[in-house]
Structure formats: C-alpha cells, structure tokens
Design a protein around this ligand. Structure first.
Ligand code: 4AD
Ligand code: MG
Length: 447
C-alpha cells in the first residue's frame, strides 16, 4: 500500500502515488468516468476513475461503493485548479480501492435538503458534512488560538469548579442539583469569582470550560451549555482590560484567517471583513450609544423598527440595539459604562457616578452583537458586602469572596468570551447551535 497521507497535505505529494483513508461523501458517474468526493477528516478530495485505465472489477466496485462507506483509496496525486474539494485544487487518479465497510441500506442524511430539526436529531451524522465539518474545525482553531495567546502572554490556567454553591451572574438562570447532605449545588454560570481568588496567587489567570445557563431564551445566540474562556488580571483597570482584549481578539481572528482559510472559503465567508480586525477597536460609552440609537430610531420610517429601537437611559441593550450599533463600525466595538442596575453585583462603580458601572461588552460587527462581557471588579470589602445584600445573595456563600478584598485588595478586571458566539461570527452563520458539536438548548438534549 502506498504511504497514507492527509488530504490537506496533497500539495506536498504532487505526482506521487499515495493512500487516502476515509469515507465516500459523494459520487458522480458520467459514462466511463466516476468522481468520488472522499473525506478523510482533514478535507474533501476528488478522486477520479477512468474505466479504460482500470480492470473491470475495480471500476465496478468504484461505481457501486455506497455513500459513507469507509475506504482506503490509492492513486496518483495531480494538481488541477478545477478540482472541487476542501481545500480543492488537487485530485487523485484512482489506482486501487479497498472497502473497509460497505454501507448497507439507506444512509439517513442523503444528499438533499433537510429541515434543521431533522439534522439536529442526526447531529452525530450531520457533523460529517462539509459545512458542519468546517465550522467545527474553525471552533478547534479558535480554542487553540485562545490558549496559545493566553499561555504566551503570562496567564496561568487555573481551573474553576463546575459544581458551585452560589450564583455568579444572577440567580434566575441556575441549574440546581441536590448535593448529598450539603443542600443544593449549582452548575457554574462562570468561573469568575474563583478567578478573582486565583489572581492573588498568580497575577494573571484564565479558566476555560463549559458554562451553564438555565435561561429560557430561545434565540439564535443562546445555548444552555456553552464554552467560555475567562481571563482575569490583577492590577488592571477598565482601560487596560480593553487594551488586552483587543490584542487577544485580533490574535484569534488572524489565526483563524491563517489556519482555516479553506474552511472559511468553503462556508462562503467574506474574508476582507475579518482582515480588518486588528487593534485598536473603537470604543463607545453606553451614554453615547443610547444617543446614537435615538438618532437611528428617528431616521427610520419603519414603525416596527422604531418600536424595537426605542429605549430609555437605564435599560439593557437587546439584540436589535446591538445590531444597529455594530452596523456603525467595520470592526468589533467596545461599549462601556453600562448602568449598574442591568449588570452583575460585583462591578466597580464609575468614579463619581455610582449609577454607572465600569463594565464593557465587545460587540462583533455585521450584527453579531455581544461576544465578550467584562468589567473592573469592586475592590472595597464594605461596598461589595453592601451589593451582595442589595442583590439578595446568600451572604454566607460569599464569605470567601469578600475575604479577597481584605487581604491585599487591588484594582482588577476580567471578562468572558463565548466560544460559540465568536465562532458563529467568524464563520458568518446565523445560529450558534451549529458551532458546538452537540448543542444543548431548552428543547434539546439529544443526541
Ligand atoms: O456576559 P456574561 O454573562 O459574563 C460573565 O459570565 C462574566 N462572569 C464573565 C467574566 O467577566 N469573567 O457572559 C460572557 C460571554 C457573553 O459575552 C457571550 O459571548 C457568552 O459568554 N454567553 C453565551 N453564549 C451562549 N449562550 C448563552 N446563553 C450565553 N450567555 C453568555
Ligand atoms: Mg453579558
């Protein structure tokens, strides 16, 4: 058997005879010519069989091999600009075929249009198709870029617990579970509170893991289980936080552009939009954003849009507001200084304006909206205790958290980046359920 190669390394073996191990994605038969589109995990390659070059038995096997059968194909690699595939541009002239398993019966996801519920019910098979494969490859690259940047910039990974005694982001979105004789435990909404303890030992830290929100949101931006990376830094104020964030986000985007070009192009993504994502990012205060939204509202004639965009100072932005704001910029935009009332209890108040928090969300362009949420944290123990009481949080569960402000308190800041929303934006897709291998939403836990 000729040497086994990966389909994304064909350029290095042009002209050589190789073996490709994979699965039959599609087959087209044109008289004496058969085209197999074969996927091997690294890409999709066109493999071609000419009847006149092959012995009849082999040609017959190629004509009949069913969709999704597992195969080892040997053949000669040749460059051909027209060859379809991901990345494409090379094809394999088949010299041999070994069928590892021939699929019997009908494959559930035949190559035709299917409804999204059907596809989600078959998610275990759906991930094989080019679009889903490409999205999940981008996801893996995003995660690697996140880790590489943080590991290379002085951050220590400190894991935070999933089973927790208290809420971080608000009590209405907790998944609870009875925990032996200790009462209730809750699935983590965020590792932030633990990150805040960890910076006093390590300076700059991050946690990265699954996060759970029992919110009854049925939008294209919400999952009940999603992955979040949360960097946290000691001796860091809100401005320094934004400076770090724009470096970090730009690194992720530029890495994906470099390492996932073929995947993005296969999804039809406009790369010029992503090429612009380099520091600095524009910054707009919540106050100015509210004014800008009022101007946009006054200019529109559409009564429905007018109603959607109407808001008073003090309210939180919904997705129509975020969408309009991001349309004003061709880069991600920082919106900072939200009213304290719409944000979490731990946020540092704006100096001289207690009704405003030192918070910042990063809104992705093209209407994608919030991909990170963060803030400077309260560093004074008395103010923190006051906030915990105001928010009706269980004081006892936060004893350790208040301690952090008693022993070496410093200004500190951090944020959380949602992996799925970031991937949806980079891939240019509508709904975040396709950006995680097995999505969990309020009406889905299968497969
Ligand atoms: O804005 P959030 O709720 O912030 C926090 O959890 C902070 N404790 C983070 C921190 O400062 N360490 O969530 C942060 C990000 C959002 O910007 C969004 O990208 C993502 O997490 N996110 C969700 N993604 C998918 N589905 C959901 N239900 C999400 N909720 C938040
Ligand atoms: Mg948020």
């Amino acid at each position: 058997m000729p040497p086994v190669i990966r389909s994304n390394q064909l350029a290095q073996v042009d002209g050589q005879e190789v073996t490709l191990q994979g699965w039959i994605y599609n087959r087209t038969h044109k008289g004496k010519l058969v085209f197999l589109l074969v996927r091997d995990g690294y890409g999709f390659v066109q493999c071609v069989a000419f009847q006149r070059d092959l012995d009849p038995e082999l040609f017959e096997a190629i004509v009949r091999v069913p969709q999704e059968s597992s195969v080892r194909i040997s053949g000669v690699v040749r460059a051909d600009k027209r060859a379809p595939g991901i990345p494409g541009g090379y094809e394999i002239g088949i010299t041999g075929l070994e069928i590892v398993q021939s699929v019997e019966g009908e494959y559930p996801i035949a190559l035709k249009e299917h409804g999204v519920d059907f596809l989600l019910d078959h998610r275990h098979l759906w991930i094989r198709v080019p679009s889903q494969w490409a999205i999940l490859r981008v996801r893996a690259t995003v995660i690697k870029a996140i880790r590489d940047w943080l590991d290379g910039n002085g951050f220590t990974l400190v894991d935070t617990p999933i089973l927790t005694p208290a809420a971080c982001e608000g009590t209405t979105t907790l998944f609870g579970t009875k925990y032996f004789d200790e009462g209730m435990a809750y699935l983590a909404q965020s590792g932030q509170l633990y990150n805040e303890a960890d910076i006093f030992a390590f300076g700059k830290v991050y946690c990265f893991g699954p996060t759970f929100r029992a919110e009854k949101s049925k939008t294209r931006r919400h999952l009940t289980e999603f992955w979040m990376v949360e960097p946290e830094m000691a001796f860091c104020d809100l401005d320094q936080l934004m400076e770090m964030e724009e470096q970090f986000i730009s690194h992720i985007v530029q890495t994906v552009l470099r390492d996932c070009r073929a995947e993005l192009l296969s999804l039809g993504r406009d790369l010029t939009v992503l090429e612009k994502v380099v520091p600095p990012f524009p910054r707009i205060s919540y106050d100015d954003a509210v004014k800008k939204l009022a101007e946009i509202r006054d200019r529109t004639d559409d009564p429905e849009q007018k109603a959607l965009l109407t808001m008073e100072w003090g309210g939180d932005f919904g997705s129509p507001h975020e969408t309009e704001l991001t349309k004003l910029y061709d880069k991600p935009v920082f919106c900072y200084g939200y009213p304290s009332a719409v944000k979490a209890f731990y946020m540092e108040p704006w100096p001289g304006r207690p009704e405003v928090s030192k918070s910042v969300d990063l809104l992705a362009p093209e209407g994608y909206g919030e991909i990170t949420g963060g803030s400077e944290r309260i560093s004074d123990p008395d103010l923190l205790l006051e906030r915990i009481r105001q928010h009706d949080l269980p004081e006892d569960a936060f004893r350790w958290y208040i301690d952090l402000r008693r022993y070496g308190s410093v200004p500190h800041s951090g944020f959380g980046l949602g992996v799925e929303r970031t991937v949806a934006w980079l891939c240019g897709i509508d709904h975040i359920r396709e950006t995680i291998p097995y999505p969990r939403t309020i009406n889905r836990v299968y497969p």
